[in-house]
Design a protein around this ligand. Structure first.
Ligand code: GLA
Length: 363
């Protein structure tokens, strides 16, 4: 049977199951998913919260993916809300689910300037703590979290987004940096390596295909490697748009980072139908209540291009993870403003594969 016929049958099978009571069983049993089409290439992962791990969404995940990243549950704020209290329930449930079903887990993340707990940078009087205190806190945090999941989490995003947004600056002027200087970065990797010597340790950042940012990330990684810091890989987040990256910039980035001997992963893939915006603007143009035919076309072209590049670079790429299961659950519906609908993933709000899905498995 030819490819398109086989998939036409599969689509109608899936469509007939969306309204039925046997949804979860039916969809799970419906056949191959992304992970199978790409089994000779790289694991395909997805970022999840607890709510995705039951019902139809869980079935979809098991059919399509073979790696999970907790979207929020392992970030420092949620998992370590008070200095002497950790909150494990959500992260444990995600790791248990992965273990039960044989999926890999990427840990995300150990050191970041956002979603930090209120106590982290302050002492009892509300003053900023010293470098010694902050590095000790970082060590306690990393040893405890990485230690707990040793052997269950195969890779960690150790440091997230340490490069400044201003292309003329180098490291971000975060509280980590203001208190510790650049040392928090190498220390974070060392603490993680001590806690689990066999875990793969990643530096993770966004816009890493833009040449100016790419070069600053490259410079940081090169410095770390030269200093003997145990960093094994770089995560290109992949929060992309229908307009960027270009094929050339994507290839250049993969080649540049892997020339350092690092593993490269795409860690947070989604393709927004709007241009990249970090700042909230007063007026957002081109809001789409439904995915417009023009955006759909551009998104398909962009996804086809990037997956073609991924396949071409399968030696360098050791994982591709999407940032969310379906359009309805994507963070981009609330970023940079709450309530603007976006359509960045391969599954629609009804959890059905979009047209673009069939394009990227049809190679
Ligand atoms: C960054 C972080 C992710 C997530 C996204 C938005 O990319 O690494 O954890 O917070 O922003 O959801």
């Amino acid at each position: 049977m030819n490819f398109y016929l086989r998939h036409a049958i599969l689509i109608s099978l899936l469509a007939s199951q969306t309204s039925g009571a046997q949804d979860s069983v039916g969809i799970q049993g419906a056949g191959k998913g992304l992970k199978d089409y790409y089994s000779q290439y790289f694991p395909i992962g997805v970022a999840v919260g607890l709510r995705s791990l039951s019902g139809r969404e869980a079935s979809l995940i098991l059919r399509e993916f073979n790696s999970l990243t907790p979207e929020n549950a392992m970030k420092m704020g949620p998992i370590h809300p008070e200095e002497n209290r950790y909150y494990w329930k959500d992260a444990d449930s995600i790791v248990d689910f992965a273990q039960r079903h044989g999926l890999k887990v990427r840990g995300h993340n150990l050191c970041w300037h956002e979603q930090t707990p209120a106590w982290l940078f302050k002492d009892g009087q509300g003053n900023l703590v010293s470098k010694e205190v902050l590095l000790r806190r970082l060590k306690d945090h990393i040893s405890t979290v990485v230690g707990r999941y040793q052997g269950k989490v195969y890779a960690w995003d150790v440091v997230n987004e340490a490069i400044d947004d201003d292309s003329l600056k180098f490291l971000r002027n975060s509280l980590w940096f203001r208190i510790c200087g650049d040392e928090f970065i190498s220390k974070a990797f060392e603490f993680a390596h001590q806690a689990d010597p066999s875990a793969e340790l990643f530096y993770n950042d966004y816009n890493t295909e833009r040449p100016e940012k790419r070069e600053r990330v490259y410079r940081l990684l090169k410095q770390l490697l030269t200093a003997g810091v145990p960093v094994n890989g770089v995560g290109l987040q992949g929060h992309w748009t229908v307009n960027e990256p270009t094929e050339k910039d994507l290839k250049d980035a993969i080649e540049r980072f892997s020339s350092l001997g690092l593993k490269v992963q795409i860690t947070e893939l989604d393709i927004s139908v709007y241009p990249w915006e970090k700042q909230k603007r007063m007026k957002l143009s081109g809001e789409q209540d439904e995915l417009s035919p023009e955006s759909e076309k551009r998104q398909i072209e962009q996804y086809e291009m990037i997956f073609k590049v991924f396949r071409e670079y399968k030696k360098q790429l050791t994982g591709i993870s999407f940032w969310g299961v379906s359009d309805g659950g994507s963070w981009l519906n609330n970023y940079p403003v709450a309530g603007r609908k976006n359509y960045p993933l391969l599954f629609g709000r009804n959890l059905m594969p979009k047209k673009v899905y069939w394009k990227i498995i049809g190679f």
